[in-house]
Every structure is written in C-alpha cells, then in structure tokens.
Design a protein around this ligand. Structure first.
Ligand SMILES: [Zn+2]
Length: 242
C-alpha cells in the first residue's frame, strides 16, 4: 500500500519515495504526495525525478484491477526502474486551485442544505477553478443562483477553519451530518473514515484535498443554474480568481 501523504497534509508539494512497481498503467511508489482522482476531484499531475532522469505524470488514479495508486506517465516519458529512489513533485498551482474549488463546493453544499434543506445528488471539479454540483431541489432559477452566490461569498470571507480528522467507522455512522452525506455508503473496509469539517458550514466524509480556511478560496461566482430532471438541479460555479 502506498502511503498517501496528502490525505493527512494537503500542502505537501514534494516527497522522496522509492519505486515499488511499474505496470502498463504507470508507476507505483511506496509513498506519494500525488492525489489519485476520486470523489469528483481530478488526479494530480507533476514530475518524478531521479538520478539521471525524469518523467512527467499526466494523471494519478487507482488501478481498477489492483486498487493501487498509480502515477500515469505522459506518452513521451520513460518510467524509472523498480527500486529507483525518486523525488515526486506535484504541479502545485494546479492542485492549489483544485483545493480551493473543492472547499468552495463543500461550502456550497453546506449552505444549500442549511438554508434550503436540499441534499447533494452529485458533483464534479475540473482543473482551472470550475465545478458543478447537483441538488435535490424541485426548482432552480438565476435569482436563486445569485442569492446562493452572495451567501457563499459572505461565508467564505468569514474565514472558517477547515479541519481534517479520521473517525472510527462506528462513530462516523452515528453522526447525523455524516449520515446526511451518505457516509454509510462508504465501503465497509474503510475504517477510520476521513472527515472534512468546514467549521460552522459543512461537515462530511471525504477523501479530497482542501485549503486550511475558507478565505483562501477567494470569491466564487455561480455561472449557471440548470435543471437535470425532477428533484435534480445543477449549479455551475467558478473561482473568480483561479
Ligand atoms: Zn468532497
């Protein structure tokens, strides 16, 4: 198992590691700062460097076959041999924008739930500060989008701290907030469950990377509201300053 450093510290940009395996899919390391795509968050890109070579990581993901965390290389990169000591470094600007976007999305879901009682039905992020989130709402309008945008920006500017914690599974499943966000659907093998708490705004089980406090997100714009069916309405957001 790769030691997944960013699950504990999202601000690590680089680490030393050893290549444990090279497969058709890419390079497996004993430890890494790269985030494997999941939970609507894109996988990291970056570079592996070693004595005499380097390779560009075009995407990071979990292998569907083995479940291993794989650094997928760009077509023009050759993989380092198993046993090679490497320095792994993520494209930090890209990742930091994604972290800000992810924290914005959780804040949005907390506000829509608290003020309008609507749960999230889905969500996704892109690199570059764009994201969408779907809600169990019967109707949505541009006015609603503007109202939510104002509330979201006020909340973000209040600079709420963001906490990462690991809760024993039994304790997580007894928690109302976490049940709301469907922590009970997390595979039974996952214990403890990782929790992201945006103090006073939103608390949910989540594997992604987030900023330390909401002021770091900056301002957010609601760019589109649209219907995706009955009780399923979508909001598209973007960071004003990605
Ligand atoms: Zn999330």
């Amino acid at each position: 198992m790769t030691d997944d450093l960013c699950s504990r510290d999202a601000y690590l940009t680089t680490c030393d590691a050893t290549v444990t395996e090279v497969t058709d899919e890419g390079v497996v390391l004993d430890r890494t700062v790269f985030y494997a795509r999941g939970g609507g968050q894109p996988g990291d890109t970056g570079t592996l460097r070693w004595d005499g070579g380097e390779a560009h990581v075009a995407d990071t993901y979990r292998s569907r076959e083995s479940g291993k965390l794989v650094h997928g290389l760009s077509d023009d990169s050759a993989a380092p041999a198993p046993g090679t000591a490497v320095t792994a470094e993520i494209d930090w600007d890209r990742r930091h924008t994604i972290m800000r976007t992810h924290t914005a999305l959780h804040s949005l879901s907390g506000i829509v739930y608290t003020d309008y009682g609507a749960k999230v039905t889905g969500g996704n992020m892109e690199a570059g500060g764009l994201a969408r989130m779907d809600f169990e709402l019967d109707a949505i309008s541009q006015e609603f989008g503007r109202e939510v945008e104002d509330k979201l920006n006020i909340s973000l500017a209040e600079d709420h701290p963001v906490h990462v914690s690991f809760l024993p599974r039994a304790q997580a499943l007894a928690d109302r907030d976490l049940i709301r966000t469907k922590a009970n659907l997390i595979p039974e093998s996952v214990d403890p469950i990782r929790v992201i708490d945006i103090e006073g705004i939103d608390r949910q089980a989540d594997g992604g990377t987030h900023v330390r406090s909401t002021a770091e997100v900056g301002r957010v714009r609601v760019v589109k509201t649209e219907s995706k069916g009955k009780a399923n309405k979508r909001m598209r957001i973007e960071l004003v300053d990605p």
